[in-house]
Write a protein that binds this ligand. Structure first.
Ligand code: UDP
Ligand code: MG
Length: 315
């Protein structure tokens, strides 16, 4: 009895990486016993010939299916589309740049067949990732997991295996702004973790700049925690208390020692300090309100222009 399993691969300007991806992935898939595979490739609005190469792959090999986005919607949307389209009994999202080792797939499937519903792949060595990226990632996980009830496992990317039940649960989540790492953690299920070493990119370069990663982290915090909204109440209360004590001190000092030196410096400091606290908290409110605004529009997370391959269907 063979099982249909799905691989979901987002591609954004990966023309340089496609051939090596296909060359590495197919033997890894063939190494899995009793399985048929579909490889759902999502072209996330690439501008560099990625689509042509993917379509050529799909024409040569019926295991490949291609979804073409109408523009660049981002990796989260690409993963969402691929997962929505996947028909397998288990679904594995994997990066196109071979930073997620295809050799691990056989082990993942094994763990799944032994009863796991989610098989996570944890990077034990990220030395290929640059000090800054590693440090900021570590900070993100620490802070996020302190603030939020939903804990995102550290050093786990989107590379994982999910049972059909998990995929169906994910598809029920209606939000448009999809922070996949958080959504994956939110649905829960029986989870097993495998370790691997993260390889450098096979070709091309990373699509996530510093600013993109910052926005991604904000998305993570605000999608899964309202703590940044609530903390201001306590901070405000504490600073109001301190201000009251300080005012009391000034009153007593004036009564005892007479008129003190006019405190223009302390006034200046107080005004700027509270001004900045207010700006920060307004900014945070803005993050959430912005997200509420985006969600209320009820726009789909992605638009598919055309799909190729699969059941011979296209269009
Ligand atoms: N990607 C995408 N849409 C984007 C950016 C990236 O589909 O807007 C894909 C990209 O093609 C790759 C995966 O997401 O398959 C991971 O991207 P990248 O390797 O640049 O991220 P990093 O590994 O540096 O975090
Ligand atoms: Mg990468």
């Amino acid at each position: 009895m063979t099982q249909l399993l799905s691989l979901v691969v987002p591609f954004y300007n990966e023309a340089a990486a496609i051939q090596s991806f296909a060359d590495a992935i197919l033997p890894a898939l063939e190494a899995v016993p009793d399985a048929r595979w579909e490889i759902v490739c999502v072209d996330d609005g690439s501008k560099d010939g990625t689509l042509l190469k993917l379509v050529a792959l799909a024409q040569a090999d019926s295991r490949f299916r291609v979804l073409e986005f109408s523009r660049n919607f981002g990796k989260e949307a690409a993963l969402t589309a691929g997962i929505d389209a996947a028909k397998g009994e288990a679904v594995i999202p994997i990066d196109a740049d071979l930073q997620d080792p295809p050799e691990l797939i056989a082990e993942m499937v094994k763990a799944w067949r032994e009863g796991a519903e989610v098989v996570l792949a944890r990077r034990i060595d990220r030395s290929s990732d640059g000090v800054l990226k590693r440090k900021t990632a570590a900070w993100f996980y620490q802070l996020h997991n302190k603030l939020s009830k939903i804990k995102i496992p550290e050093n786990v990317g989107d590379f994982r295996l999910m049972d059909r039940a998990v995929v169906d649960a994910l598809k029920q989540l209606p939000e448009r702004q999809r922070f996949m790492k958080g959504l994956f953690a939110w649905v829960g299920f029986r989870t097993v973790t495998l370790d691997y070493t993260r390889a450098p990119r096979a070709a091309g370069e990373t699509k996530f700049s510093g600013l993109a990663l910052w926005n991604f982290a904000m998305e993570g915090f605000t999608s899964f925690s309202t703590a940044p909204l609530k903390v201001w109440t306590y901070l405000g209360a504490a600073s109001a208390m301190l201000t009251f004590i300080y005012a009391l001190y000034i009153v007593i000092r004036t009564v005892v020692f007479g008129n003190a030196v006019p405190g223009y410096a302390s006034l200046f400091v107080a005004i700027t300090f509270f001004g900045s606290v207010q700006l920060i908290s307004i900014g945070l409110l803005g993050e959430y309100i912005g997200r509420i605004y985006m969600e209320t529009k009820q726009r789909p997370a992605y638009i598919v222009r055309k799909s190729y391959g699969g059941d011979g269907a296209s269009g």
